[in-house]
Design a protein. Structure first.
Lengths: 335, 276
């Protein structure tokens, strides 16, 4: 249960073509994350799978059955919305029971399942409260509870954590990952946050302007980004990308080095520059190095927490030779 | 800096509020007082305010001359019937305009409102003839139909405005949860819109209760509501203020009481806490 196939799916809003023909396979039990900048079509793609938007052309299969024309209610999918979208006039219990009530399940079974979901999600103490009386994290849990009671073929998450504060977000991220490990149900998760994508996904789908730039496991995307877009999007801080003379030495139009793959030295190295801002995090230090002659933007470098270089210091940088990424004039990776 | 609210200021505002309130309420109060006077006292100059011979002679005369319960019943049937019928049409209409708007939805809304700008008397003759030919003249059903049609634009507009406040994602969530269109409207949209629907209902009941043009022109004896009951006391032989006031008081009292009790319900409203 939970295999989703998109075949030549397109979507236009009026004259605007949001998603050009797109193919995608989501396997049973996979945790797939759609990631990309705002307006890249990732939410639209999720809504197409959900059935909340109609495809302009193409075909969507769910578990081998053509679901293209099925209404959302018939697709056996559950969705968690960014705004939580709880029913404000219902208690937590009734919110979670709603999909079961719609499925005309008998009352004893509804009570059992709602009780279980509430226990799993630590909601038992709030079960008779209304959504208005809950905190953001609790509301998000209710939304997840409402999704899991149905035992759907797949879960769809539309930026579920973006309304939460940073600490809560890390906690909920873990909870959702644990939920996936336990339920082993297909999950499709949309986010613009590449950290969420890296930490949660089995498979990441990087989208840009409706086009899939690359599909792969987090580490595949990290190690061998297929083009400059993916290279710049995956990884934090961003990969340093620069062209011209230095890239030509490596027979490339653009070369890229991740901040963590550059050695820092106060004495000698391949490139010379001046330290601009130094961000000391304790465990790591991020240096923004100017005047390297490599690019107009400063080069970002990650060094150990104890490296003491300061604003204005001269610094030498050396890239790790086997970690240099090369791209051609079209931005595509050179193997 | 917060504005200092002094006791004097509070007293001044309270007094002003009471003054304005009384000013608005005065005609109703005067009607009420006049209804307890004799015809002679009612036209006395200078008029007496509270110190007159309170008596029920006007009410007795009114009850002798006409059948209040019948008119009251007609008013109830017509105002609540037309409101219920209008809601049945307006809820789905407002749902579709608020949540699945088409290119011309705005135009349709404006067009509906524009029908309210037409003076009713302009269509009196055609409607009268239609009613005569279909046997709807002087029937409660006929009035329910005409008042439904008259007030439908306002009801749809009001509901449309309330529905638009409801986040579409909640309805989408209902769809994902397996709700059919009927369940979505019945279990999710309507309960969330209860405060809006309640105020729409109340306003429409009041509008229908007070509607005089169509109810006077399309009824004779059988279906005449309280408006016709009041009008029957403004006779060409001269005005009988006490009786007219007694009839008016009897006609407006029910709706005044309903309005008074439901205002708290209307103002309170449901708190929307589901969406951040």
């Amino acid at each position: 249960m939970g295999r989703i196939t998109l075949n030549q799916v397109t979507k236009s809003f009026g004259d605007v073509n949001v998603i050009p023909p797109l193919d995608l396979e989501i396997d049973e039990g996979e945790f797939v994350v759609f990631v990309g900048p705002s307006g890249c079509g990732k939410s639209t793609l999720l809504r197409l799978i959900a059935g909340l938007e109609d495809v302009t052309s193409g075909r969507i299969d769910i578990d081998g059955q053509d679901a293209t024309a099925l209404p959302p209610a018939k697709r056996q999918l559950a969705m968690v919305f960014q705004s939580y979208a709880l029913y404000p006039h219902m208690s937590v219990r009734k919110n979670i029971a709603f999909p079961l009530k719609m499925a005309k399940m008998d009352k004893a079974e509804i009570d059992r399942r709602v009780g279980n979901a509430a226990k799993v999600l630590n909601l038992s103490d709030y079960i008779d409260r209304r959504p208005g009386q809950l905190s953001g994290g609790q509301r998000q849990r209710v939304a997840i509870g409402r999704a899991i009671v149905r035992e759907p073929a797949a879960f769809l998450f539309d930026e579920p954590l973006s309304n939460l504060d940073a600490a809560l977000r890390v906690g909920m991220r873990l909870e959702i990952s644990e939920l996936h490990n336990r339920l082993k149900t297909t999950m499709v998760y949309v986010t613009h946050d590449q950290v969420e994508a890296m930490t949660m996904a089995d498979k990441i789908v990087v989208l840009n302007a409706g086009v899939i730039e690359q599909v792969g496991s987090p580490l595949e995307l990290y190690r061998s980004p297929r083009n400059t877009f993916v290279a710049g999007f995956i990884g934090s801080p961003k990969m340093n990308l620069f062209g011209e003379a230095e890239a030509a030495k490596h027979n490339a139009a653009t070369m890229g080095v991740r901040p963590e793959h550059i050695q820092v030295s106060a004495e000698s190295g391949d490139w010379k520059g001046t330290v601009g801002v130094a961000e000391h995090l304790g465990s790591d230090t991020f240096f923004h190095v100017h005047d390297t002659g490599l690019a107009d933007d400063p080069i970002t470098v990650r060094a150990g927490g104890e490296v003491s270089l300061h604003n204005g210091d001269t610094v030498y940088l050396t890239p790790e030779a086997d970690k240099v990424h090369r791209f051609d004039a079209d931005g595509a990776r050179i193997a | 800096m917060a504005r200092a609210v002094t006791t004097q200021r509070k007293i001044a505002f309270t007094a002003a509020a009471w003054l304005i309130g009384l000013l608005i309420f005065f005609p109703i109060l005067w009607t009420f007082l006049t209804s307890f006077k004799t015809e002679g006292e009612a036209i006395a100059s200078p008029p007496s305010f509270l110190f007159f011979d309170w008596n029920l002679s006007a009410y007795e005369a009114v009850n002798e001359r006409s059948d209040y319960p019948k008119h009251f019943f007609n008013s109830v049937v017509i105002s609540f019937g037309s409101t219920a019928l209008a809601l049945l049409i307006a809820i789905p209409a407002a749902w579709s305009m608020a949540f699945v708007p088409a290119k011309r939805t705005k135009d349709v809304l404006m067009w509906m409102l524009s029908t309210k700008m037409l003076p009713p008397v302009g269509v009196l003759i055609p409607i009268y003839l239609i009613f005569r030919d279909t046997g709807l003249l002087d029937t409660r059903l006929g009035l329910v139909i005409i008042l439904t049609l008259i007030n439908l634009p306002i009801i749809i507009w009001m509901l449309f405005t309330y529905f638009r406040e409801i986040p579409g994602e909640i309805l989408e969530a209902a769809r994902m949860d397996g709700a059919s269109l009927k369940s979505e409207i019945l279990h999710v949209l309507t309960p969330m819109a209860v405060p809006g629907i309640a105020s729409t209902v109340l306003l429409n009941v009041i509008l229908a209760w007070n509607e005089a043009f169509w109810t006077l022109n399309l009824t004779a004896a059988n279906a005449a509501p309280l408006t016709a009951f009041i009008a029957s006391f403004s006779s060409p032989e001269g005005l009988f203020y006490a009786k007219l006031s007694a009839a008016s008081t009897m006609a407006i009292a029910p709706i005044l009481i309903v309005g008074w009790f439901s205002q708290k319900q209307l103002v309170r409203g449901l708190t929307f806490g589901a969406v951040k």
